[in-house]
Write a protein that binds this ligand. Structure first.
Ligand SMILES: [Zn+2]
Length: 439
């Protein structure tokens, strides 16, 4: 069908070369030198000056459905993903009911397919009800239609060492991975912000760095002991980067992610008492931010993951102590990556493609994604105008919620187009009207 044939003209590939990219039948049918491909029969997208990236893959997204459809749904969350340049997201398990059975992960997976804005990969819970006591049905979730490969109690830590060991052992049978939210519970009771002199001044209970670092250290040793695979969610401290670096140097099979907000924002924002800055793990110090950027640049940290955490207004616009943890991330992630990593010279575009597409697709075992923009590969791609800046207006975001910490900030990079399996989900910087099912 002609209407599903596209020619993207003159885009800049991550390698820096200019290219024409022909898309049909869900694949890049040809990628050639700029000006070399024939546009006949295709919808032409002029992309001179635009940066092309393989479709972004998020390892850590809270879509809130089932249970909190007042905050986000699979549909609105995957629209937000498309607008942010993502073609796949991993939907975290802390829904209501918890995604701890084949039935719930299949429900989320099916809702994602019906929405059609990106691939929705459910993450299964490690323990039943996220209660940290009994292992969930990992095998049944892996064998379900959702084909779960990543398991996490995110929001909570699998703090019981025996359970963590058993889960790590169990997922080996099907090449799965345990994604740990590293937070020693006793060290973080009632914790509200990074533990520092500032937390004392503000009278907010501190969340010490060691509570994260101690769990990561334990888990990499357990992973080594049982020869399994570990992924560390949202690394937030300089010490955590050091522990992961050590583990990798020992050949331990560990990967790690960092959020955009931990690459940019610091704990000083807590002094505003504005709960939009309340997040778990908390915003840390300037030194931590620098260490996280350096760790991402040198590959100690493998991926940027959003930890997109929508909350309705009443759960965020209240006193700091009572407010929910978490902030939006999908629609600002690439802009923050450009600002913190490209503009600083810490990563080039190939590096961003790796940390936001290749590496996360590999960690999550997302088939057909995270591949280079090359002839024959599945046509998942985003086009970003890195030269333009935009001002973040919460109500203009596709997400159902508005709890972005970047309100009124000017950020670089606007997503001009996103293609998911050869079909545009975003065109001219707007959500495309054409749905996958109609394509
Ligand atoms: Zn978490």
């Amino acid at each position: 069908m002609n209407e599903s044939k596209y020619l993207i003209k003159g885009a800049t590939l991550p390698s820096g070369e200019s290219a024409d990219i022909a898309i049909a039948d869900g694949t890049f049918i040809e990628v050639g030198k700029a000006g070399s491909l024939d546009a006949a029969g295709s919808t032409v997208i002029e992309a001179t000056g635009l940066q092309a990236l393989p479709g972004l893959v998020d390892l850590h997204t809270h879509l809130r459905e089932p249970g909190r459809e007042d905050a986000e749904t699979v549909y609105t969350g995957s629209q937000a993903a498309a607008k942010g340049g993502f073609t796949a997201v991993h939907a975290m398990a802390n829904t209501d009911p918890v995604a701890d059975t084949a039935g719930v992960v299949e429900q989320v997976w099916r809702l994602g397919r019906e929405a059609g804005w990106c691939e929705v990969r459910p993450v299964g819970a490690v323990t039943r009800g996220l209660e940290g006591e009994h292992m969930a049905e990992l095998g049944a979730m892996a064998e379900s239609a959702a084909g779960v490969t990543m398991f996490s109690d995110d929001g909570k830590c699998v703090s019981d060492a025996v359970l963590m060991r058993r889960a790590l052992e169990y997922v080996k049978a099907f090449g799965g991975v345990i994604a740990q939210h590293a937070q020693e519970p006793r060290l973080t009771e009632n914790a509200q912000m990074n533990e520092s002199p500032l937390s004392g001044q503000l009278g907010l209970t501190g969340w010490p760095a060691v509570a994260e670092e101690a769990i990561i250290a334990r888990d990499v040793l357990l992973t080594q002991h049982v020869n399994s695979r570990l992924h560390v969610c949202h690394v937030s401290t300089a010490g955590s980067v050091e522990v992961v670096r050590w583990a990798k140097s020992k050949g331990i099979n560990v990967t790690a992610e960092v959020t955009p907000h931990h690459l940019l924002l610091t704990d000083e924002l807590a002094a505003t008492y504005n709960p939009v800055y309340k997040v778990n793990p908390p915003l840390r110090s300037r030194e931590d931010v620098e260490a996280l950027r350096a760790g991402l640049a040198d590959g100690t940290i493998d991926a940027i993951a959003t930890d997109h955490a929508p909350h309705p207004t009443e759960d965020k616009e209240c006193e700091w102590d009572a407010a929910a943890f978490g902030m939006l991330g999908l629609e600002t992630a690439l802009s923050v990556a450009i600002h913190t990593m490209i503009e600083t010279g810490l990563l080039d575009w190939q590096g961003v493609a790796d940390r936001m597409s290749h590496a996360p697709a590999n960690i999550g075992r997302v088939y057909g994604q995270g591949q280079p923009i090359a002839t024959g590969n599945a046509a998942n791609l985003t086009l970003v105008d890195a030269a333009t800046k935009w001002t973040v207006v919460p109500r203009d975001l596709a997400s159902m919620s508005t709890n972005t910490p970047y309100k009124a900030m000017e950020l670089p990079g606007t997503i001009q187009a996103t293609f998911y399996q050869g079909v545009p989900t975003v065109l001219d910087a707007q959500l495309a009207q054409q749905k996958r099912s109609e394509a």
